[in-house]
Structures are given as structure tokens and as C-alpha cells.
Write a protein that binds this ligand. Structure first.
Ligand code: F6R
Length: 609
């Protein structure tokens, strides 16, 4: 979380910084700021609130200069306020820094620095770094930063500049993402590529503990021993327009509609109707290695965790290997049993989520093998995993994940089929049937998208509701969890997802006259059971909005309103069904006047634990 940018060149820095921050606002939006070097002085503008407030401030009180750093914040230490906003400075503002991450030993360092006479203005951990660099400054800014980071515990991506050693920006990362953009007589730093894509497509992806020294004409990268690293230039092959709203009011709306294409991109070249093989490009796990594996964990956070639950279902069903799906922040602290026979599958859109990354490193340390399903090419998770499968969904900017989730579902199905075929636990005919259904999934989503107006109507009629329950059985239970998370995070409506059979063990006490129940009934095998559960809540006065396959018209007898997905294999039904729930959450959020793309208290990429 938090986004950082930096520019050094011959243009006016502040518009470039603000424009870059706009592309990073999804990472945090509590406050924002820029620091620009001019005439041996660092001028700072920073403001609590959305970036638009900073933009206005910079228009009113411009800062001139062609070298600067900027930051958009997701508060961790210290409430959102002008003073806690980045950039932070040392006492005479000869050193300015921006930081993404958390310094775990900042209290200890702060006390030491206070004893030495340093005065602190903010409550942040970041300000400690500015004073620490000042304290350790001897001859040049690079050595001071190198000395300072040796004392830091925690995670950081830093951009630093100083009037004492002008004409350079120092950038370093440990456990927080950072890229360097290479231009013509100008160079950049950024937490993520979209921030600099209007200026360059050539980037260095910094690895942990690498430090970059940027001047207008040159970029040098050193490792933690101070040795120069010969970095490979990474050429970005997607367009800046992919990260724009393209006529939609919100990124989330655009990304919901991009799903048919995203799914096709995920599957093309991996599965087809003509070719029997399932080609999983960078997955090198072969039959022999697979035979060695006796334990599979799937670990992820949030929406990606929900895709992981589907992954467990699919791998257990097709490959008959026991799988445990766990939330990364729990997995990493519970001393799980890991050895060289363990396969860990991590799912992460950003490829930077701190807990997922930590879980993956833990498994690698104990000799296990790691397979990553991620969307962001060159992300830390993609670089550290043994096998990588990209979801190819394109940039996902809205905080609420949509196309990343459905493409993750497709990936876990392709992996499960691949493993099942390798282990010969499914027949080719069976695999073909599921593959056919997967290939039809983009059309199934197109069908759902055509019902958008009707879902919108429901949302506008019911947007004042305060509690909603989602019920489902089997795979529908996982879709229910995802639908409920979407609703909570962007519309702030309290909702809970329950396995339908579990409701009567307590929660049904909350069902009263008019309670909205979203009943997911897409699983043919469990359809009758769901009908009974619907009857139970109806008898308590609930209003039922149901989702089912077209062939199950019997649902109309019990539900108050029904939305259908096209008939498909039960296993694949979740992919289209969840799109209804994404649209529902979206319109509830719009109707309630929420900021759909930037829900309160959230950030897209959670790089702190
Ligand atoms: C919810 C959402 C989050 C993410 C979670 C993991 O809509 O987007 O729950 O799924 O923060 O993020 P990644 O997938 O980047 O590891």
C-alpha cells in the first residue's frame, strides 16, 4: 500500500509526479504530497485527503524544479493528516523521503534519535528514516541511505533526495515493490508501472535490497554489498490505455465488462477445442515430480482466497490430492507441516501481498515447491515462485477485484485438469467436457452482462438495505463468500455468507420479515437441498433473490426473483454467477453514493501485514 513516484529530468517535475500519483491512487488515498528540488531548496506540498486536493494545492502554490518525489498514502502509523502525509524531511529539510512499507523498529530508533536531539513533527515511522539518514550523513546521500537501511527492520520502498548532494534520487526496496523507469534524458521511480507508462515502457524491476541511483542521464543499480548489478531492461508490452477508464464511470464497471476478453486471453494458447493438450506454459511440474508431492496448500488473501477455495474443490475432485486452502496471514504463523513433498499454490492479483509473499518464502525455506497464479508480470511473487501462471487479465485498477478473480478461477481449473490428466485420475473424455465448459465461460459471462439493467433495477429498489445474507452449498458457498465480500467492501452493506445447511445452527435467528437472502442454486446435484433451505428462510419472512441454471426453472416456485445463468457443467457455474454478484455490489455502491473504485479504509495492494 502507499504509492511512490520520483522524477529526474529536464521537465517540470510536479505535473509528472501528480499524474503518476493519480495512477497509483488505488494503492492508498488518505493523503498525498510532493517534494520538488529547486535552487538548492526542497519545496513540499502535502495534504490530507484525496489526490484532487493536492492537485488543487499544487495549482494554487506551484513548485518548480525538475527533480522530485511524490507519495499517496494508506495510513499505518499516524492518522491521515497534513503533517503525517509524505514526503517527510529531516530538521532543515535538506533531505526528503517518501516511503511505502512499515518500519517495525521505528519506536526504538525514534527514542535514540530524540536522545541525540532530533525533533519529530509527525507520528509516522517514515519520519524516523529521514532523521536517521541525516544522522548518518557523512559525505554523500548514497552512503547515508545505505547506512540507514542497515538499521531498519520491516519493509520499505524508499525514494530519497537531498540538497546536500543534488542531482540524484536514491531508490531502494525491501519487501515493497519498486520499479525504475528509463527515459531519454529523464528517469523515474514508481511503485507500479502504470504511473510512468505515459513516459516510458523500459523499466528495471528492482529486487529486494537493490539500490538505484538515478541522475538525469543515468541509472546505476547496486546490490546490498554495493556491487553494480547488470539489470535486464523489462519492456512493458501493454498499453497506457489499458489502465484508463475508457468511457466507463468507474474502473470496476469497465473491469466487470472486460471479463469475457480477459478469460479468453487467459485460456488462449493454453486450452483449445482443437488441441487435446493443456499447455501450462511456465509450469514445469511434471509427472515424476507430481508423484513425489503428498501435500498441497493453497494460500492467498481476500478475493484470491475465495478463488483458492474453488481450487481446492477442483484439484481434489480431478487429481484426488488432498488440498488445504488457507488465508495467508493465518498460514504463516501456525507452523504448518512443510517439507520437500509440499506443493504450495499462491494466488495473488498484485503478486505483492505481504502475507502471501511471506507464506511463500516460508514454504521455500522448508524445501517446498511454489506455484504462483498472479496477474502482475514481474511482481515479486512471480519472480520468486518456482512455477508461474499469469492470469493475463490486464491491469486491474479498481480496489474491488473482479476480472482477476474470474481469471484465477479459470487458472485453477486448468491446473486441476492438468494434474488430473497427469495422474490419470480423470479420463480424457471427462477433461474434454470440463474444458468445453471452460471455453464457453466467456459467452456465459456475456449472457450475464446482458441482464445488467435488471440487476441495476433491483439494486436501486433495495439500496437502503442494511443486512443481506448469501446462501449456497458446495461451490455456490464459495461464490456466496465472494459476493458478500464485494457487497461489503464497496457498498458498506453488512452481509454474511453461509453454507445453506449451516444457517439453522444459529444465524437463522437473524432472519426476519423482509430480510434479503441471496440464494445461489447453480449446483444441479444440490438443487433440491437448496430448495428446502430457501423454504426455511421464506417461512421466516425472507425475500429471496435466487440465481440458478436455466434448466432449473423450479426455482421460480420458491424465489421472489430469479436470475439465470446459461446451462453449464456445475463445476464451471461459479464463473458466470459471480458476475451477477459483482454487478449487484457495483450498483448498490453507486446508488448509495459510495466511491466505487476507492472504498473507505482500503487499498488495492496490501504490502504490509
Ligand atoms: C477484494 C480484493 C482483496 C484482494 C486481496 C489480495 O476485492 O481485491 O480482497 O483479493 O487483498 O490481493 P492480491 O490478489 O493482490 O494478493
Amino acid at each position: 500500500m502507499c504509492g511512490i513516484v520520483g522524477y529526474i529530468g529536464d521537465k517540470n517535475a510536479s505535473p509528472i509526479l501528480v499524474e503518476g500519483l493519480k495512477k497509483l491512487e488505488y494503492r492508498g488515498y488518505d493523503s498525498a504530497g510532493v517534494a520538488v528540488y529547486d535552487d538548492n531548496k526542497i519545496n513540499i506540498r502535502k495534504k490530507k485527503g484525496r489526490l484532487a486536493i493536492l492537485d488543487e494545492e499544487v495549482q494554487k502554490n506551484p513548485v518548480k524544479g525538475s527533480m522530485g518525489i511524490g507519495h499517496t498514502r494508506w495510513a499505518t502509523h499516524g492518522a491521515p493528516s497534513d503533517i503525517n502525509s509524505h514526503p517527510h524531511c529531516n530538521g532543515d529539510c535538506s533531505i526528503a523521503i517518501v516511503h511505502n512499507g512499515i518500519i517495525e523498529n521505528y519506536m526504538e530508533l525514534k527514542e535514540e534519535l530524540i536522545e541525540k536531539g532530533y525533533r519529530f513533527l509527525s507520528e509516522t515511522d517514515t519520519e524516523v528514516i529521514a532523521h536517521l539518514i541525516d544522522y548518518l550523513y557523512d559525505t554523500d546521500i548514497l552512503s547515508a541511505v545505505q547506512a540507514a537501511v542497515k538499521k531498519l527492520k520491516g519493509s520499505f520502498a524508499l525514494g530519497v533526495m537531498s540538497t546536500k548532494d543534488p542531482g540524484k534520487i536514491i531508490a531502494i526496496r525491501k519487501d515493497s515493490p519498486l520499479v525504475v523507469g528509463l527515459g531519454e534524458r529523464e528517469n523515474f521511480i514508481a511503485s507500479d508501472i502504470p504511473a510512468i507508462l505515459n513516459h516510458t515502457r523500459r523499466v528495471y524491476l528492482l529486487d529486494d535490497n537493490e539500490i538505484a541511483i538515478l541522475t538525469q542521464d543515468n541509472v546505476t543499480v547496486l546490490d546490498k554489498y554495493g556491487e553494480e548489478v547488470g539489470k535486464q531492461v523489462f519492456k512493458v508490452d501493454w498499453d497506457a490505455a489499458d489502465a484508463e477508464k475508457g468511457g466507463y464511470d468507474y474502473f470496476m464497471h469497465k473491469e466487470i465488462h472486460e471479463q469475457p476478453k480477459a478469460l479468453r486471453d487467459t485460456m488462449t494458447s493454453r486450452i483449445s477445442r482443437e488441441n487435446d493438450d493443456i499447455v501450462l506454459d511456465q509450469i514445469k511440474l511434471g509427472k515424476e515430480e507430481l508423484e513425489e508431492i503428498n501435500k498441497v496448500y493453497i494460500v492467498a488473501c481476500g478475493t484470491a482466497y475465495h478463488a483458492g477455495l474453488v481450487g481446492k474443490f477442483a484439484i481434489e475432485k480431478y487429481a484426488r490430492i488432498p488440498v488445504e486452502t488457507e488465508i495467508a496471514s493465518e498460514f504463516r504463523y501456525r507452523n504448518p507441516i512443510i517439507d520437500e513433498k509440499t506443493l504450495l499454490i499462491v494466488l495473488s492479483q498484485s503478486g505483492e501481498t505481504a502475507d502471501t509473499l511471506a507464506a511463500m518464502r516460508q514454504v521455500k525455506e522448508h524445501g517446498g515447491r511454489v506455484m504462483a497464479i498472479t496477474n502482475v508480470i514481474g511482481s515479486t511473487i512471480s519472480r520468486e515462485a518456482d512455477d508461474v501462471m499469469y492470469t493475463w487479465a490486464g491491469p486491474e485498477i479498481a480496489v474491488a477485484s473482479t476480472k482477476a478473480y474470474t481469471t484465477q478461477l479459470v487458472c485453477v481449473y486448468m491446473i486441476a485438469l492438468h494434474l488430473g490428466l497427469l495422474k490419470e485420475t480423470i479420463t480424457k473424455d471427462y477433461a474434454d467436457k470440463i474444458r468445453e465448459a471452460l471455453l464457453r465461460a466467456p459467452e456465459d459471462i456475456e449472457y450475464v452482462l446482458k441482464q445488467e439493467e435488471k440487476i441495476k433495477e433491483f439494486a436501486y429498489k433495495n439500496f437502503k438495505v442494511e443486512d443481506v445474507f448469501f446462501l449456497g452449498r458446495g461451490l455456490d458457498n464459495y461464490v456466496a463468500m465472494e459476493g458478500s465480500l464485494k457487497m461489503k467492501e464497496i457498498s458498506y452493506i453488512h452481509s454474511e455468507a453461509y453454507p445453506a445447511g449451516e444457517l439453522k445452527h444459529g444465524t437463522i435467528a437473524l432472519v426476519v420479515d423482509g430480510t434479503i437472502i441471496i440464494a445461489l442454486c447453480t449446483q444441479e446435484e444440490l438443487f433440491e437441498k437448496m430448495m428446502s433451505n430457501i423454504k426455511e428462510v421464506k417461512a421466516r419472512g425472507a425475500y429471496i433473490l435466487a440465481f440458478a441454471q436455466e434448466k432449473n426453472k423450479a426455482i421460480e416456485k420458491e424465489a421472489d426473483e430469479v436470475f439465470y445463468i446459461k446451462d453449464t457443467e456445475d463445476d464451471i457455474a461459479s464463473i458466470a454467477t459471480v458476475v451477477y454478484l459483482q454487478i449487484l455490489a457495483y450498483y448498490l455502491s453507486v446508488a448509495r453514493g459510495c466511491d466505487v473504485d476507492k472504498p473507505r479504509n482500503l487499498a488495492k495492494s496490501v504490502t504490509v501485514e
